[in-house]
Design a protein around this ligand. Structure first.
Ligand SMILES: [Fe+2]
Ligand SMILES: [Fe+2]
Length: 292
């Protein structure tokens, strides 16, 4: 039976969507997300430095301060297109796989999802916008509070976090007995949405979309909110804080992740030719000028 996800996305079983036969031939998969130290490689050193700063400075207090600042949505007003074009100038300093402007990555992600699932227009749009929260970098936010993998603050850091053993040593939450235990400030299995995530582009764009009343389906919002939470969706950490429902969410996030990660390659899409299609989707799900 064919389910029309556009009308009833919540009815869809994500496990039926994961199609292992889909191939990602652009690059050997084992070559993505390689964070091993390689002295002398400036790209790799930059990644490591960004994470070191992130893991030192992302504390409960810091994240609460960022919420105070950004969740007033009074920084600027812009359409999705204008925000996307801003990303043309941004190179993500946490990413070992990509040294291209972010707008290229946005279209690569969207187009790969479109190729596999032409019927799910909301998924194409999710691919296009998923990194838009990185516009914070143009408003004084340092890259370590914008890009990179995320993790919950206020409890022990997961074992699978990149550079876990070396880069949290100077984070003050590590000495705070309220936060430095397995559960920290959380109740067991409290659920994903109760976690205070390290501040970055995932949480910010999720909040922007909710604030501006986007009609994207819930799955799309969850994919955006947790796509960088690698220690959870790919590392196997934090199951003591999540619920059974979060496992469903994880499957959606993993589906999305295939397009986010495995399309990072050097093929450049023709942006001008693609705009009319994506503008139609923007008008459908996130029209007009948004408050950021
Ligand atoms: Fe991202
Ligand atoms: Fe991305």
């Amino acid at each position: 039976m064919r389910i029309i996800i556009e009308e009833h996305p919540s009815l869809l079983d994500v496990s039926e969507l994961l199609r292992p036969e889909k191939k990602f031939a652009d690059k050997d998969l084992s070559k993505f997300r390689d964070y091993t130290v390689n002295d002398g490689d400036p790209l790799r050193e930059r990644v490591r430095r960004t994470y070191r700063l992130m893991h030192t400075n992302q504390t409960v207090d810091f994240v609460e301060g960022r919420h105070e600042d950004w969740l007033k949505f009074d920084h600027f007003k812009a359409t999705i297109r204008v925000a996307l074009e801003k990303l043309n100038d941004l190179v993500d300093e946490s990413d070992p796989d990509l040294d291209l402007p972010n707008i290229i990555h946005a279209f690569q992600t969207a187009e790969r999802a479109r190729l596999d699932y032409p019927e799910f227009d909301w998924l194409h749009l999710t691919g296009l916008i998923h990194d838009l929260g990185k516009v914070m970098a143009f408003f004084g936010e340092p890259q370590w509070a914008v890009v990179g993998d995320t993790f919950p603050v206020g409890c022990d850091w997961g074992d699978s976090i990149v550079y876990r053993d070396e880069s949290f040593v100077d984070n003050p939450d590590g000495w705070n007995p309220k936060y430095n235990t397995k559960f920290g400030k959380y109740e067991p299995n409290c659920g994903l949405d109760k976690l205070t995530m390290s501040w970055g582009h995932d949480e910010y764009l999720y909040r922007v979309l909710v604030h501006n009343k986007s009609t994207l389906p819930e799955q799309a919002l969850q994919m955006i909110r947790y796509h960088s939470f690698y220690p959870w969706h790919s590392g196997g950490d934090y199951s003591h804080l999540t619920t059974e429902k979060d496992e469903q969410t994880k499957q959606w996030v993993l589906l999305f992740n295939r397009y986010d990660l495995y399309t990072k390659c050097t093929t450049i899409p023709d942006l001008d030719a693609l705009w009319p299609y994506y503008q139609g989707l923007i008008d459908k799900y996130i029209p007009g000028e948004l408050e950021w």
